[in-house]
Write a protein that binds this ligand. Structure first.
Ligand SMILES: Cc1cc2nc3c(=O)[nH]c(=O)nc-3n(C[C@H](O)[C@H](O)[C@H](O)COP(=O)(O)OP(=O)(O)OC[C@H]3O[C@@H](n4cnc5c(N)ncnc54)[C@H](O)[C@@H]3O)c2cc1C
Length: 391
């Protein structure tokens, strides 16, 4: 009989894990609290270490239909726009790592993942409120009164994870001191800026700006991240004011200001993280993605790592169907060091990207020109990794 798995959370991590485990022969159901599978309106970069895993789930055509393949990366100074680093992506990254680099609108990526999951296995309006372990079985209880029984329960329910709270005890995520304004700009509003199809990153004192095309180049996704001492808002995300973003980016390059000025609307996000968890697994319950290793977005790897987690878990459950505890222990052993490393890389990038102009910034800029961190040699450890086989 197939191993029964209940995945809690239908974000990018939960949906891709559900697909990977179905492909590995598990009897999987995904439970999402929201009324439909979808993601907030913003962009997401999917690097080859993740796209190769999604390709194996049969998603290449859908990814090509919705995704944009950037030709490269362009990193620049905040004020004069001087190039700090330019590196190829496009066909070169695919030739080097066997899978492409994509930019997606999150809604498009979530929709194509959800569409690949048979309807009877995808359950919206199911907010998990309780977990009970009975011998080798786990029972999930939902707010709507429904319950589900499985051999394994996977918490893919994001940084606020209820599964984590229920299994490991409540612990509040910490404010990192960074906030992000996000905006999606229709192409026709910024045609005059003539922006290349690459991943753009502008670094400046106390903040940076990332932007790239999504939704078949109909929209430009723009993320402006700045240092800010405190966050007192009740909510983690709020509608923001375009005038506030423009004021914070006073003196920045006209392209950056032109993009911000073209925002139809903006939302502000308080970026949170958590101290690394000593364990991801308790009994038959395990975690993946932001539920166990939330990270700052400065390495663009949070979702990629969630996708890797699901692929590794699927391979291990397939390889060790009669030893679920062993498979879950191995899952944590193989995944934790890599996810932890990326949490650290993201934190280091935050400091690097936000250096005030001065000696340290000059040293950073010099290093980027002489030995950039975007060369394929520097990225090999990250992009060539195959999480489904590295178990
Ligand atoms: C500004 C910014 C830019 C980023 N850019 C990138 C990038 O370019 N590339 C990249 O790889 N990563 C990026 N990330 C990180 C990425 O967004 C996250 O790491 C990723 O979305 C985590 O996916 P997840 O499935 O683990 O969690 P989530 O996306 O948070 O999904 C969790 C799901 O669980 C559901 N849920 C929660 N509680 C319950 C419950 N009790 N019952 C049922 N369902 C529940 C939620 O509704 C949600 O659908 C970025 C993050 C930010 C903030």
């Amino acid at each position: 009989m197939s191993l029964q798995v209940a995945v809690i959370g239908g974000g990018i991590g939960g949906l891709s894990a559900g697909l990977a485990m179905s492909k590995a022969g598990c009897d999987v159901h995904v439970y999402e609290q929201a009324a439909k599978f979808g993601e907030i309106g913003a962009g997401i970069q999917i690097s080859p270490n993740a796209s190769r895993l999604l390709y194996r789930l049969g998603l290449k055509d859908a990814m090509d239909a919705w995704g944009v393949r950037p030709a490269g990366v362009h990193q620049r100074r905040w004020d004069d726009g001087r190039t700090l680093q330019r590196a190829p992506l496009g066909p070169a990254v695919e030739a080097a790592f066997g899978a492409p680099y994509y930019h997606f609108h999150r809604g498009d990526l979530a929709a194509l993942l959800a569409a690949a999951l048979p309807g009877e296995r995808a359950h919206c309006r199911h907010r998990l409120v309780g977990i009970e372990e009975k011998g080798a079985r786990v029972i999930a209880r939902f707010e709507n009164g429904a319950s589900a029984e499985a051999d394994v329960l996977v918490g893919a329910d994001g940084i606020h994870s209820r599964v984590r709270d229920l299994s490991f005890g409540p612990e509040k995520p910490r404010f990192t001191g960074c906030v992000a304004w996000r905006g999606l700009v229709p192409a026709e509003r910024i045609a005059h800026l003539d922006i290349e199809v690459v991943s753009h990153l502008w670094m400046g004192p106390g903040g940076h700006c990332v932007h790239y095309w999504v939704s078949a180049k109909r929209l430009m996704n723009v993320v402006c991240i700045v240092e800010r001492g405190t966050w007192t808002g009740e909510s983690w995300t709020d509608k923001g004011r375009v005038a506030d973003v423009l004021a914070r980016y006073e003196g920045w390059h006209p392209i950056v200001r032109g993009l911000i000025g073209a925002f139809p609307e903006t939302f502000i996000w308080a970026l949170h993280d958590r101290a690394p968890l000593p364990n991801w697994t308790k009994g038959r319950v395990t975690l993946l993605g932001d539920a166990c290793h939330p990270m700052l977005p400065m390495a663009a790897q949070g979702a990629a790592q969630a996708i890797e987690d699901g692929a590794a878990l699927a391979s291990l459950l397939e390889a060790m169907p009669d030893d679920v505890s062993g498979a879950l222990a191995r899952y944590e052993t193989v995944r934790k060091p890599r996810a932890t490393r990326l949490q650290q890389v993201s934190a280091v990038n935050r400091t690097r990207f936000h250096l005030p102009d001065g000696p340290e910034q000059q040293k950073r800029d010099e290093l980027m020109v002489t030995s950039g961190d975007r060369t394929f040699a520097a990225l090999n450890w990250l992009y060539e990794h195959d999480a489904a086989t590295a178990i």
